[in-house]
Design a protein around this ligand. Structure first.
Ligand code: F6R
Length: 242
């Protein structure tokens, strides 16, 4: 794993945007895997600013998001589709038909998992996957204990993950109980992975990611076995690691 140490959240966001923009310029048909949450918001902001100033084109780019809540409509302000539209897609020239998220409102969630998995495979697979990391080591919504061989699947969210996400909702009881997520195997199939982390609350997770043992109890640890992972983390996130 290559580690790029940056000063703070802003520098992490700038560096990550530079990294991705360079990849998009080098391969206009790149297939990106995208994440939501607090961490990539600054990254997306920088991508939008770059688009406005430099016209980096996303017309031929395809994207697959990691996950989506079950039971929220696409227009629901807390759905990941809404988050992506608001923070990125509405402001760049991506084609709607090239944007993909799991459908958390599918009649059959099991069939939706199979469809999404197949869609990623049929596209040729993800070239560059962006990841955040949970304090318990989750990536996507793959909580501790998730089999490393997992594909796209439905998960029941743990209380700690629901708590961590509750600031996006008015009340705890509005936070969904389930989500669809790419599995660990789906993530590991990406040709390249860029993991972002900022802040002291991620320091234990980053320490375990870089120096802990590979264990299903800490899902992100599997990334140690991936041949092409870059971590961009700030000083606080790296405070226990280096
Ligand atoms: C988001 C996702 C999650 C987050 C993780 C960190 O699509 O899959 O794994 O990356 O929960 O969240 P933040 O960035 O809010 O700390």
């Amino acid at each position: 794993m290559e580690v790029i140490k940056v000063r703070d959240y802003n520098e992490m966001s700038e560096k990550a945007a530079e990294y991705i923009i360079e990849k998009v310029k080098a391969n206009s048909k790149i297939r990106l895997g995208l994440a939501t949450g607090g961490t990539p918001l600054g990254l997306y902001k920088n991508m939008v600013t770059d688009f406005q100033h430099n016209n980096t084109s996303y017309r031929r780019v395809t994207s697959f998001n990691l996950d989506e809540y079950v039971g929220l409509s696409e227009e629901h302000p807390n759905s990941y589709r809404y988050y992506m539209n608001k923070s990125l897609f509405n402001h760049i020239n991506t084609l709607k038909s090239n944007i993909h998220l799991p459908n958390g409102n599918a009649v059959s969630l099991q069939e939706e998992c199979i469809r999404y998995d197949q869609l990623i495979q049929d596209s040729g697979g993800i070239d560059l996957q962006i990841l955040g990391i949970g304090q318990n080591g989750h990536i996507g919504f793959n909580e501790p204990g998730t089999p490393f061989g997992s594909k796209v699947h439905v998960v029941r969210l743990t209380e700690s993950t629901r708590q961590a996400n509750k600031h996006f909702f008015n009340h705890m009881n509005e936070v969904p109980t389930h989500a669809i997520t790419m599995g660990i195997q789906s993530i590991m199939k990406s040709k390249e992975i860029l993991l972002l982390a900022s802040g002291g609350q991620k320091s234990v997770a980053i320490h375990k990611l870089l120096q802990g043992e590979v264990s299903q109890q800490f899902p992100a640890s599997i990334l140690q076995l991936h041949p092409n992972v870059t971590v961009i983390a700030d000083e606080e996130a790296l405070s226990l690691a280096l």
